[in-house]
Design a protein around this ligand. Structure first.
Ligand SMILES: [Zn+2]
Length: 100
């Protein structure tokens, strides 16, 4: 059983949460100017690092709020959790870890 610490509720069982994908994927500034390839990259292309990864999670069975987490994709260890209002803990668009 994996414990995930909700920033609002504290440690809870993983079954209370849902995964929301990679964190800090910025919406394009001028989406109408993107090519189809650029748009598809925004929609579908995500990092898949071996190591620390910034993710979005929602506490579905609790406060129902979204938050970010830094998780090690190898060990499943949650290194930190933070709300969207505190991006300082995030590696932004440069997640560390596995290159090919
Ligand atoms: Zn919560």
């Amino acid at each position: 059983m994996l414990l995930i610490t909700c920033p609002n509720c504290g440690p809870r069982d993983e079954t209370e949460f849902h995964y929301g994908g990679q964190a800090h994927v910025a919406y394009p500034e001028n989406p109408a100017e993107l090519t189809d390839t650029e748009w598809s990259r925004y929609l579908f292309y995500r990092e898949n690092p071996k190591g620390t990864f910034a993710e979005r999670w929602v506490h579905t069975a609790g406060c129902r709020k979204w938050f970010n987490a830094l998780r090690d994709t190898v060990t499943y260890e949650f290194k930190s959790v933070y709300t969207g209002a505190a991006p300082a803990a995030a590696p932004a668009s440069t997640p560390t870890g596995g290159q090919k």
